[in-house]
Design a protein around this ligand. Structure first.
Ligand code: SF4
Length: 445
């Protein structure tokens, strides 16, 4: 039987941010009564599980998540032992590790394939290390790749010419993962996003059209997860889940009987629809992750004019969502050309004023495939192309009005203010009060 390894390489991110995250998240637990979700994420690689679905039964598949290998007390090499074919996938900060694994495997005669965000954006680079690169959405390419592998004629690159028809994709192979490793299971219902943020690489790599799975496909996947993995917190990996209102409402109605808790990425537009907000609550949504990006209108005008228009409404939008007992996690990025030393206090003020439940603050990162990457490369402002540093926590380009150290320090200042004892206590008491009120009115799940 042909043995196939699906390897999610160890990322640089875990090591570089663990200590800080540990501290930060220990404090977040004070709010657990409100969201009941462990904020430290352990999520399997959905891309590999999706690709696995296209292998016929005659293949023996193993999913290996390198981030957990040490837990078993064995060196990673132990798991590479006897594969005939290995597929690798991951984010930019996993690329160097993926290349190392591929080189070691090829030296033993194992065929290697790499896909995912990094390889899709830089197929020529990845092609130097693996036998074949899958660039773009993989679903419709894998059957051909398998056929070529069987004939011993892998092509150097398989490039998607269009976005996959999501109504035909197979359910990811959730049966391949060890449920004990993960506290969140990723599911996706749609692909595409109507926005066009300058730093986003998704439009440059994957098909831009907004597409949806059918409801039966999604509920089938949820049934699989429940049967195979038990009651798990679901994280919708969609770029922007709630864009199509009719579809979204049908989806949320279909989620209600499952009694799950989940989070999803969406934009601030969701707050305009009361029925949608009610359905989010009723279907078990505990957190909405919203990319506000910046609290400065000048910055937002450069990133996405739609977001700039919405800025003045953000306090009302956040209040509207949170008053239903759904926490808003504000996603922000620091390091834009218009950012100055004053930006950090401005962002902290905004976070306090709006009463956000939680925040995730990143350092602007020129991800290959994004407009930002192309612009900074052209203008000679890239400081590093060491992909291990592409974690959204390092400065890899020359900021315009800040020194790289200043930017890192500024980010920590914003976090420090958000997680100071007093601020945590205030948030905890505000959200507990709200939760009790909702509970009293029978509105909390
Ligand atoms: S809203 Fe998010 S997914 Fe959409 S373009 Fe902006 S960064 Fe990308």
């Amino acid at each position: 039987m042909t043995k196939v390894g699906l390897i999610s390489p160890r990322g640089a991110e875990k090591n570089s941010r663990n200590l800080l995250l540990q501290k930060v998240y220990e404090r977040i637990k004070a709010l657990a009564a409100f969201v009941e979700v462990d904020d430290i994420e352990f999520v399997p690689n959905l891309g590999l599980l999706q690709v696995a679905a296209y292998f016929p039964e005659k293949y023996r598949l193993s999913y290996i998540d390198e981030n957990y290998l040490e837990l078993n007390g064995k060196p990673p090499e132990h798991y590479w032992a006897d594969f005939d074919l290995v597929l690798l996938s991951g984010f930019n900060h996993q690329a160097k590790r993926a290349y190392r694994i591929a080189q070691a495997l090829r030296a033993k005669g194992v065929k290697t394939v790499m896909g995912g965000l990094h390889a899709s954006a830089l197929p020529q680079e990845a092609g130097r290390f693996v036998d074949a690169v899958v660039a773009g959405e993989a679903e419709e390419l894998i059957p051909q790749l398998i056929e070529d592998f069987e004939r011993g004629k892998l092509q150097p690159i398989y490039r998607a010419q269009r976005g996959a028809d999501l109504t035909r994709v197979l359910p990811p192979r959730y049966d391949l993962i060890n449920p004990d490793f993960y506290n969140k299971i990723a599911v996706y219902a749609t692909r595409g996003c109507p926005h066009d943020c300058s730093f986003c690489c998704l439009k440059g790599i994957y098909a831009p059209e907004y597409r949806k799975k059918t409801l039966p496909q999604i509920t089938r996947e949820l049934d699989m997860i429940k049967n195979l993995l038990g009651e798990k917190f679901i994280t919708f990996a969609d770029e922007n889940l709630l864009v199509d209102r009719t579809f979204s409402k049908d989806l949320l109605r279909a989620l209600i009987p499952y009694g799950i808790n989940y989070e999803c990425y969406c934009d601030a537009g969701v707050a305009e629809d009361e029925e949608l907000l009610d359905l989010l609550k009723a279907s078990g949504c505990v957190e909405l992750l919203i990319g506000f990006e910046s609290a400065d209108e000048k910055v937002l005008r450069q990133i996405d004019p739609w977001k700039a228009e919405k800025l003045k409404d953000y306090p009302r939008i956040i209040e509207k969502i949170q008053s239903r007992g759904i926490g808003v996690v504000g996603l922000f990025v620091l390091g834009f050309d218009q950012d100055t030393p004053k930006t950090f206090a401005q962002l902290s003020d905004f976070i306090e004023r709006t009463g956000l439940f939680d925040v995730d603050i990143s350092i602007l990162t020129p991800i290959p495939g994004s407009r930002l990457y192309a612009e900074l490369e052209k203008s000679g402002r890239l400081l590093s192309q060491d992909w291990n540093r592409y974690t959204w926590h390092n400065v890899n380009f020359q900021p315009l009005n800040l020194a790289p150290r200043e930017l890192i320090r500024g980010k920590f200042q914003v976090y420090q203010r958000f997680y100071r004892e007093k601020a945590i206590a205030e948030r905890a008491s505000r959200f507990r009060e709200l939760y009790e009120r909702l509970h009293h009115h029978g509105l909390a799940r």
